[in-house]
Design a protein around this ligand. Structure first.
Ligand SMILES: [Fe+2]
Ligand SMILES: [Zn+2]
Length: 372
C-alpha cells in the first residue's frame, strides 16, 4: 500500500490518496490522537500513552509524502509518522461493516447438517478443529464436540478450550444437574419439561455460552434437548409484528432470581438491537419474569402481546431442533442467541457443564481471526 498524494485541506483536515485510488480525509485531531511515536504510543504494549486531558490545540504545519508513510510536523513541532497500511484501515464503511457479525439464521432440524461436530482430540489439538467449532458458534450459535469421556473432569477440559469456565458466586464453576441434587431452587433441578429460554436474564452479564454434557441417563426415557435460534424468532417477529419487535427492543423487562442468601434482579430489554437493526442479544426467560408495575394499560397490554407473539415462534415445533444428548457428546450453545429447553424425563439423568463468558469465547474467535 502506497500513498500517491497528500495535502492539508480546509486548515484542519488531511486528504490522502492511496495507490488503489481510495481517498480518505482525516481530521487533524484524529491524526494527533493516533500519533504512533514512542512518546504518544507504546507499540509493544499496543497502548496509547498520551492522555486526552493533555490533548494539545495544534494544527498541521507541514506534511511530507514518504510513499509508504507520511510525516506530519505540528505547530508545536511534534513530529508524527503514519504508515499507509495503518491509515488505509479507516475507511468508515469498511471499518464499520468489518465489526458486524453475520449469524446464519436457521429453523428446526435443518441445522443438524450444518453445525460442526468435531472429535475432541481434533478440537483440542489442531487449529483446524478449533476453528471449525468457533466458526459454527459464530454462524449457528451451536457446536458439538464428540467422543469426550463422560466425566466432569474431561468436560471441564472442553469448557476451558471454549474460553474458560465462568465462575459465579451462586453457581460456582463446573456444575452438575441431577434430580438427586437439590442444590438450587430452580426448575432445571427437577425432571419436568423446560420451555425454551436463555439463562441468566437477571444477570447484567449473562453466560455467553451454555455447555451441556449428559454423562448418564439410566432406567428412563425422555429428556431430549430442544434448541431454537432466537435470532430467527426475532426476525419473524420483526416481519410479522413490527410493533412488538419495537416494543421488546425498548421496554425494560424486570427479571429476578431468588433463593436462600441470593437475590439477583435486572431491568433490561428482551431484544438488544445494534445500529444496523441486527439483534445482537436476546434475553428470554419466562420463569424469571417478575410482577411489574406499568406506566399505563397500553404498556401492560403491549408487554403481554409482544412476549406471547415472540414465544409462539420459540414453541413452534417446526422451529425447534430436538436432540437426545448422549454421553460423549458435549454441546455448546450461544446463550445470547440460541434458546434451550428439554422434554420431561424419567430415570436417573446426570448433566454436567459450565458457562463461558461471551468476552472469553469471542476472544478465542478473534485470536483465530474469525472475527475482527
Ligand atoms: Fe437453562
Ligand atoms: Zn507523538
Amino acid at each position: 500500500m502506497k500513498i500517491t498524494e497528500c495535502s492539508v485541506v480546509e486548515d484542519t483536515k488531511v486528504k490522502i490518496q492511496f495507490d488503489d485510488g481510495k481517498i480518505l480525509t482525516f481530521e487533524d485531531c484524529w491524526l494527533r490522537d493516533n500519533c504512533r511515536c514512542p512518546v504518544c504510543y507504546d507499540a509493544n504494549l499496543v497502548e496509547r500513552l498520551a492522555h486526552i486531558v493533555n490533548f494539545p490545540d495544534v494544527r498541521v504545519k507541514n506534511i511530507q509524502n514518504l510513499q509508504t508513510r507520511i510525516s506530519v510536523t505540528w505547530t508545536d513541532n511534534h513530529v508524527s509518522t503514519y504508515d499507509a497500511s495503518f491509515l488505509s484501515q479507516f475507511d468508515f464503511k469498511i471499518w464499520e461493516q468489518s465489526r458486524r457479525l453475520s449469524p446464519v439464521l436457521w429453523k428446526g432440524s435443518e441445522v443438524v447438517s450444518k453445525v460442526a461436530r468435531v472429535e475432541v482430540d481434533k478440537f483440542l489439538n489442531t487449529e483446524e478443529g478449533t476453528k471449525e467449532i468457533f466458526q459454527s458458534l459464530l454462524d449457528y450459535g451451536l457446536a458439538f464436540v464428540e467422543n469426550v469421556t463422560p466425566t466432569i473432569e474431561a468436560t471441564e477440559v472442553v469448557c476451558n478450550a471454549l474460553g474458560g469456565v465462568m465462575h459465579t458466586n451462586m453457581y460456582g464453576g463446573m456444575w452438575t444437574i441431577s434430580t438427586n441434587l437439590t442444590e438450587h431452587s430452580d426448575t432445571a433441578y427437577t425432571n419436568l419439561a423446560l420451555k425454551q429460554h436463555t439463562d441468566n436474564s437477571y444477570f447484567s452479564e449473562p453466560a455467553g455460552l451454555q455447555i451441556f454434557h449428559c454423562i448418564e441417563h439410566n432406567d428412563g426415557t425422555g429428556g431430549e434437548s430442544i434448541f431454537m435460534d432466537g435470532f430467527y424468532g426475532a426476525k419473524k417477529l420483526k416481519e410479522e409484528h413490527p410493533k412488538d419487535f419495537e416494543f421488546l427492543s425498548n421496554f425494560q423487562l424486570d427479571a429476578e432470581y431468588i433463593e436462600d442468601g441470593h437475590h439477583f434482579r435486572l431491568l433490561a430489554p428482551v431484544l438488544k438491537v445494534n445500529k444496523f437493526g441486527d439483534v445482537v442479544h436476546l434475553r428470554f426467560n419466562s420463569y424469571d419474569r417478575t410482577p411489574m408495575a406499568f406506566a399505563d394499560g397500553e404498556e401492560c397490554r403491549s408487554y403481554y402481546r409482544s412476549l406471547k407473539n415472540l414465544a409462539q415462534y420459540f414453541e413452534d415445533p417446526q422451529n425447534q431442533f430436538v436432540i437426545k444428548l448422549q454421553p460423549g457428546t458435549v454441546v455448546a450453545i450461544d446463550n445470547f442467541r440460541v434458546l434451550h429447553g428439554r422434554a420431561a424425563f424419567t430415570g436417573k439423568r446426570i448433566l454436567c457443564g459450565s458457562y463461558v463468558r461471551r468476552d472469553d469465547w469471542t476472544d478465542k474467535a478473534r485470536v483465530l481471526k474469525l472475527i475482527k
